[in-house]
Ligand binder design. Structure first.
Ligand SMILES: [Zn+2]
Length: 238
């Protein structure tokens, strides 16, 4: 199944927190989008891998994505090496996306920066014909996504561009709340962590309000790029 956009996240919920609004918008425009989670988030303070699997499936339904896979890498300990790059390359060649979205280039959780570089490196390597991969007994063809964009999650990284997500914020929050075990819940008896605070939950809204404010929109999500952006004409920018 060929997809237009493939979004990678180190943990189930990274994609929702970083770019759910953009995914909802692209799906509404008729684009085919998929998600690949690198780990099952088994080291998360609250919940368990099994609970996260169910939550990720529920969130995928809300987002309207065409596919969601989990590579089962080790939460906290996966590395950017040949073995892990090949696993990502197989996903890129399987879905042949034009655009790849991946974790923030630097973040509080060490897996985010690691996952960001791992996916970015694999996007380059996936285009090299002499790297041979097989999936379900079939030889895969080389494929390099045209664009790799990094979403923003915990740290306030200055974006290179923003996407107008006005009209998609309620559904974005709904997708994030599908991870019932993970976020602010005054009735939870599980331990607190930085992401279970009320402030963090409210920051999801106020960050997109603030990014929107800076460019005259109601709500926006920001991304960084690895190479300079190109447009067909000056009028393409708003
Ligand atoms: Zn994460």
């Amino acid at each position: 199944m060929k997809l237009d956009i493939l979004a990678f996240g180190a943990h189930p919920d990274d994609v929702e927190l970083g770019c759910a609004g953009t995914i909802l918008k692209e799906v509404s425009l008729g684009k085919k989008v998929g998600i690949v989670d690198l780990t099952r988030g088994e080291l998360g303070t609250r919940g368990s891998a099994e609970i996260r699997d169910e939550e990720a499936a529920a969130a995928a339904k809300i987002l309207g994505v065409s596919a969601r896979e989990n590579l089962g890498m080790r939460d906290g300990f996966f590395v950017n090496d040949e073995k892990h790059q090949i696993e990502i390359i197989k996903m890129i060649r399987k879905y042949q996306p034009e655009i790849v979205l991946c974790n923030a280039i630097d973040d509080r959780h060490i897996d985010h920066g690691k996952g960001s570089k791992l996916v970015s490196d694999a996007c380059f390597l996936s285009g090299l014909m002499k790297i041979e991969t097989e999936l379900d007994g079939e030889q895969q063809s080389a494929w390099r996504p045209k664009l790799v964009y990094h979403y923003i999650q915990w740290k306030n990284i200055e974006p290179d561009f923003v996407v107008d997500i006005t009209g998609f914020t309620d559904k974005k929050i709904e997708a994030i709340l599908a991870y019932r075990s993970q976020f602010y819940d005054p009735n939870s008896t599980e331990p607190e962590s930085p992401i279970t605070s009320k402030n963090f939950f409210e920051s999801l809204n106020y960050r997109s309000r603030d990014l929107g404010r800076l460019v005259g929109l109601d709500y926006a999500e920001g991304f960084t790029v690895e190479r300079c952006l190109a447009v067909n004409s000056l009028g393409d920018l708003r």
